[in-house]
Design a protein around this ligand. Structure first.
Ligand code: C2E
Ligand code: CA
Ligand code: CA
Length: 534
C-alpha cells in the first residue's frame, strides 16, 4: 500500500515536472523565436530605409536637373537681367535649390542668383572635385565643408559654359528614422566615393565591445550613395514584442503539450507491459519450499514458487500476476527463465544429492504447446542438470485444452526422463479418470483436504481413496499445505509419504533454502547417532 502510494506520488511529481518544464521551454523557445524574427525584421527595415534615403537624394538631384534643363540652350544668354530674374524665381519657388549660377568652362562664376556666394562656390584655391553621372554632362560637386548639406548639380553645356544648382539636402534626413532609433542612429549622404555632404544623427549608444551595423545603397544614375548605421544594441531593442502576452501564450501552449505528454508517457504501464519488463529485467525470481518425508521430516525435494521482486523491494505473490502471465502468453518466457535460473543456482545442491527433486509449476496450456519439451531439454542441458531430478507439476484445477495431446506429451516427457506430478488433486472437477489417464509419478493432495485431515470424515475418505489409487499406480503421494503436527501425523497414518507446508518452511529464497537443508541434514546426522534427540 505504502509502496503504491509512493509510486503514485512519484508519478504525480514527475508529471508536474514535465508540465512545468515544458511550459518554461515553450515560453523560452517562443520568446527566442520571436526575438530572432524581430532581429531579422529590424535588419530588413533598416535596409529598406537606406533605399528610401537614396531615393530621396536621387529625387532631389532629378529635381535640380529638371530645373536646369529649361536653361541649357547654348544660345541663351543667362547673365542678362531678365534671364537672371527668371532663374531667381526658380530658386524662390523650389525650396531645395538655394542658388542657380552660370559658370565658365574653367569653373569661374559668370553670374548667380544669390547675392552672397555659398562656401562651395567661393573656395578660391582648392578645386572642388567633380563626379560625373551616367549622363556625362551632369556632374555633382560636394561642398568643401563636410556635412554642410550643400552640394552642386552642374550641367555642362557644350564647351561654352555650365549651369549649376546648389542644393541643400539636410531636410531629407530629419524624418528618415523611426522615433525609437532617432537618437541612436546615423545617416549619411555621400557624393563620389567618400565626400559626406549630409549627416544626421549619431551612433551614440555603441558600447565599447559592441559593433555597429551599417547599411548602404548606391545610385546607378548619379555618383551618390547613402549609409545608415546603428548599434547592435539599438537594433535589438527596436520594435520590442509585448513581453507578457508572448510569454503567457508560450507558457500556456507548453503547459498543454506538457500535460498531454505527461498523460501519454506517465500513464502507468498496463499490467502486461509491466510484467513483460519485469521478466526482461529479471525481477521474477524463484523461491523454494521444501518437500519432506512425513515419517522422518527428511527434505527430499522442493517446489519452485515464483515471486516478483520489484525494484523498490516490494514482493509480489503469484496470485497477482500468474493469471495475467497465462492470459497474455508471458507465462512461456517467464517459466523458461525461472527454470533456467533455478536449475543454475541449485546446481551445486543437486550435484551433491542425486535423488533430490525440484518441482516446477507448468501451465497446462504451455505444457501442451508444440516444442515445449524441446525447449525444456535445451534449458536443462544448458544448466547441466539431470532430467530425472526435475518434476513438472500440472494443476488439476484447469482443464487441459486437449486431453489426448496432454497424455501424449506426458508420456513423451516421462520417456525423456522427467517426472510428472498432478497438482491440487481433488480440487478440480476432472474426476479420478483424469488421474489414471495422465498416470503421474506424483500425486499432490490439495490443501483443502489437508486442512481438515484427521478431523473431517469426508476429507479422510477422499485422502484414503487417493492413497489407494496412488499405491495402485505406483505414484508417490504428497500432501500440500501442512501447517500443524496433527495434520502431519494424520496424513502419515493415512499412508501419505511426503508433505509440504509451513510446518517445515514457507517458500524462501536460495540462501535461506540452503541454510534450511544444511540444518536439517545436521540434525538428521545427530539423531542417527543419538536416537533420543529425535
Ligand atoms: P501451488 O502450486 O498450489 O503452490 C502452493 C501454494 O501454497 C504456494 O503459494 C505456497 O506458498 C502455498 N503454501 C505452501 N504451504 C503452505 C501452508 O502450509 N499454508 C498455506 N496457507 N499455504 C501454503 P504461492 O507461492 O502463493 O503460489 C500460489 C500459486 O501460484 C501456486 O499454487 C501455483 O498455482 C502458482 N504458481 C506459483 N509459482 C508458479 C510458477 O512458477 N508457475 C506457474 N505456472 N504457477 C505458479
Ligand atoms: Ca504446485
Ligand atoms: Ca498445489
Amino acid at each position: 500500500m505504502a509502496v503504491t502510494i509512493a509510486r503514485r506520488s512519484y508519478r504525480a511529481v514527475l508529471s508536474a515536472l514535465v508540465v512545468v518544464s515544458s511550459a518554461l521551454a515553450f515560453a523560452w523557445a517562443g520568446w527566442a523565436g520571436l526575438e530572432n524574427l524581430r532581429a531579422q525584421r529590424n535588419l530588413a527595415q533598416l535596409e529598406e530605409l537606406s533605399g528610401q534615403l537614396l531615393q530621396r537624394a536621387e529625387l532631389a538631384i532629378d529635381y535640380a536637373v529638371i530645373t536646369l534643363g529649361d536653361y541649357t540652350a547654348p544660345s541663351n544668354d543667362l547673365c542678362n537681367i531678365d534671364a537672371l530674374r527668371a532663374l531667381r524665381q526658380q530658386t524662390f519657388i523650389r525650396g531645395a535649390i538655394k542658388d542657380i549660377a552660370v559658370l565658365a568652362p574653367d569653373g569661374q562664376l559668370m553670374c548667380s542668383t544669390a547675392p552672397v556666394q555659398f562656401d562651395l562656390l567661393t573656395s578660391g584655391s582648392a578645386r572642388v572635385p567633380e563626379y560625373e553621372s551616367r549622363n556625362a554632362s551632369i556632374v555633382l560637386q560636394p561642398s568643401h565643408t563636410e556635412g554642410s548639406g550643400l552640394f552642386r548639380v552642374l550641367w555642362r553645356i557644350g564647351g561654352t559654359h555650365s549651369i549649376a544648382a546648389t542644393l541643400n539636402i539636410d531636410m531629407l534626413m530629419f524624418d528618415i528614422f523611426p522615433a525609437q532609433l532617432r537618437d541612436e542612429a546615423l545617416a549619411e549622404i555621400r557624393i563620389g566615393p567618400q565626400d559626406v555632404v549630409a549627416r544626421f544623427g549619431d551612433v551614440a549608444s555603441t558600447a565599447p565591445n559592441e559593433t555597429a551595423r551599417a547599411f548602404s545603397a548606391t545610385s546607378d544614375r548619379y555618383p551618390v550613395s547613402v549609409a545608415l548605421a546603428t548599434s547592435e544594441g539599438s537594433l535589438r531593442n527596436w520594435n520590442p514584442w509585448p513581453l507578457a502576452p508572448v510569454l503567457a501564450i508560450g507558457a500556456t501552449a507548453g503547459a498543454i503539450i506538457g500535460l498531454l505528454a505527461a498523460q501519454t508517457f506517465m500513464r502507468p504501464p498496463s499490467p502486461v507491459d509491466a510484467l513483460r519488463s519485469a521478466i526482461r529485467r529479471g525481477e521474477l525470481v524463484p523461491y523454494y519450499q521444501p518437500i519432506f518425508e512425513l515419517a522422518t521430516s527428511r527434505i527430499v525435494g522442493c517446489e519452485v514458487l515464483v515471486r516478483w521482486r520489484r525494484r523498490d523491494g516490494e514482493l509480489v505473490f503469484p496470485d497477482r500476476f500468474i493469471p495475467i502471465a497465462e492470459a497474455s502468453g508471458l507465462i512461456v518466457p517467464m517459466t523458461e527463465r525461472l527454470v533456467a535460473q533455478a536449475l543454475t543456482e541449485m546446481a551445486p545442491l543437486l550435484f551433491d544429492r542425486p535423488d533430490f527433486k525440484i518441482a516446477f509449476n507448468i501451465d497446462p496450456a504451455h505444457f501442451a504447446q508444440p516444442g515445449f519439451l524441446e525447449a525444456l531439454d535445451q534449458i536443462v542441458a544448458q544448466a547441466g542438470s539431470s532430467k530425472s531430478c526435475i518434476v513438472l507439476e500440472l494443476t488439476e484445477r484447469s482443464a487441459f485444452p486437449d486431453m489426448k495431446q496432454a497424455v501424449a506429451v506426458t508420456i513423451e516427457a516421462r520417456k525423456r526422463g522427467y517426472r510428472i506430478s498432478l497438482d491440487d488433486t481433488g480440487a478440480g472437477h476432472n474426476g479420478l479418470g483424469h488421474i489414471q489417464d495422465l498416470s503421474p509419478d506424483i500425486i499432490k493432495i490439495d490443501k483443502k483436504f489437508v486442512d481438515v485431515a484427521g478431523t473431517a470424515e469426508a476429507a479422510d475418505a477422499i485422502i484414503e481413496v487417493l492413497v489407494k489409487l496412488g499405491q495402485r499406480m505406483g505414484a508417490v503421494m504428497v500432501a500440500e499445505g501442512i501447517e500443524t503436527e496433527d495434520q502431519r501425523a494424520a496424513l502419515a497414518i493415512a499412508g501419505v509419504a511426503q508433505g509440504q507446508g509451513y510446518l517445515v518452511s514457507r517458500p524462501v529464497p536460495l540462501a535461506a533454502f540452503r541454510a534450511l537443508i544444511r540444518d536439517h541434514e545436521l540434525l538428521a546426522q545427530v539423531t542417527t547417532r543419538d536416537p533420543q534427540m529425535a
